[in-house]
Design a protein around this ligand. Structure first.
Ligand SMILES: [Fe+2]
Length: 365
């Protein structure tokens, strides 16, 4: 132990907690959630892993839960927020309200839901034959580093009854708020199928794309789903860290780079692959499937509770910064301004898949 450690400097309470839990940690630039090797996690009573992706930033992590056929988790409650996505399998989750009443809802692949802060909950795998895989994006790193007290976070009986939401929010219903492109929201706690939910126009990001942002359990966790039509790609953009991008339908690839980089980092994705672009790293998404590609992004800082002033400025600004050209002070690269290597690279990739580009309508020549 060096003098700085003896003085108790530089403590990471989240990492200390993780080590004490003995939970398996998987890292990397991108992770295929269908292939993660899990280990027993006694706290939860199932196999699990913590996913630490390179670009996750300081506030968020992911937990992956693997429920064996017929298995359920030990009931949990905790002072961190989380949004869960169903990678594989089917089952249900039971939420216990402060008065003891229980609400439950059934999920399947591509369902998304949030657990209200400090609500008691339990997941059940409804199949006697197949495993279920759930992946949650949480703000536990922030909460443990803030309170650095495990008991306060995991053994706290405060009821946030203002966070539970309406019962129909757990039945797939919600409230649609149409504000402007890139800011349209669906307030709910549970989305049965992200592949089927109707999206709103977000053509400002290019190529006839759609998007819908979720306000979940009145929390600070962000989630949105975007779609790119077959034969298209989006414009590049950048923002803060911690937005975990996960493919929910179709396939494709993404390029990531920093402003002065000579080359791109490429990530190929299909169902279940997750990666978070790092802080202010440009990223651009491309489809290579014959059907539209959809992806989910989860992170910290919701439209309602942005948490940081940078995120609040993005949301309340006159223009949506990550949908405004870098020429106008925004964080989006218009098609005509993009690196000239990108479009031919895209056409070559499409040719490999025997697909036709639909970009002529959008790409100025
Ligand atoms: Fe992004």
């Amino acid at each position: 132990m060096n003098v700085l450690q003896q003085a108790r400097y530089g403590i990471d309470s989240y990492m200390d907690w993780l080590k004490a839990e003995g939970l398996r940690v998987v890292g990397g630039l991108a992770i295929d959630c269908t292939q993660v090797e899990t280990a027993d996690w006694p706290r939860v009573g199932t196999r699990a892993a913590a996913l630490h992706l390179d670009g996750r930033g300081d506030f968020c992590n992911m937990f992956l839960y693997e429920l064996a056929p017929g298995q359920s988790t030990i009931p949990q409650r905790h002072l961190f927020e989380q949004v869960l996505y169903v990678v594989e399998g089917g089952g249900n989750t039971q939420i216990e309200l402060p008065g003891g009443e229980r609400w439950s809802f059934e999920w399947a692949p591509a369902s998304l839901f949030a657990i209200p802060l400090n609500a008691k909950y339990r997941h059940f795998n409804g199949s006697g034959r197949e495993r279920a895989v759930l992946v949650s994006t949480t703000n536990l790193p922030m909460m443990l580093n803030l309170f650095h007290n495990e008991r306060f976070v995991f053994d706290n009986d405060f009821d946030f009854d203002d966070r539970i939401g309406k019962r129909e929010y757990f039945a797939g219903e919600g409230v649609l708020n149409l504000v402007r492109q890139g800011n349209d929201t669906w307030e709910t706690n549970f989305i049965p199928d992200l592949e089927r939910i109707k999206l709103q126009d977000f053509s400002d990001r290019g190529a006839g794309g759609g998007c819908l942002i979720f306000l979940l359990a009145d929390s600070s966790m962000h989630a949105h789903v975007s779609e790119m039509p077959a034969g298209t790609y989006k414009k590049a953009h950048r923002h803060g860290a911690g937005y975990h991008v996960m493919c929910v339908g179709g396939s494709g690839f993404s390029l990531m780079w920093y402003e002065r980089d000579q080359d791109f980092v490429r990530i190929d994705w299909k169902n279940g692959v997750v990666f978070p672009p790092a802080d202010q790293q440009f990223h651009q998404h491309f489809t290579t499937s014959a059907k539209p590609a959809r992806y989910l992004a989860t992170g910290f800082g919701s439209l309602r509770y942005p948490f940081t002033s940078a995120r609040r400025a993005e949301i309340l600004g006159e223009k949506v910064a990550f949908a405004t050209s870098t020429r106008d002070g925004g964080d989006q690269i218009e098609y005509q301004d993009q690196d000239p290597r990108i479009h031919p690279m895209w056409l070559a990739e499409l040719a490999k898949h025997g697909l036709k580009s639909e970009m002529d309508r959008f790409f100025p020549r």
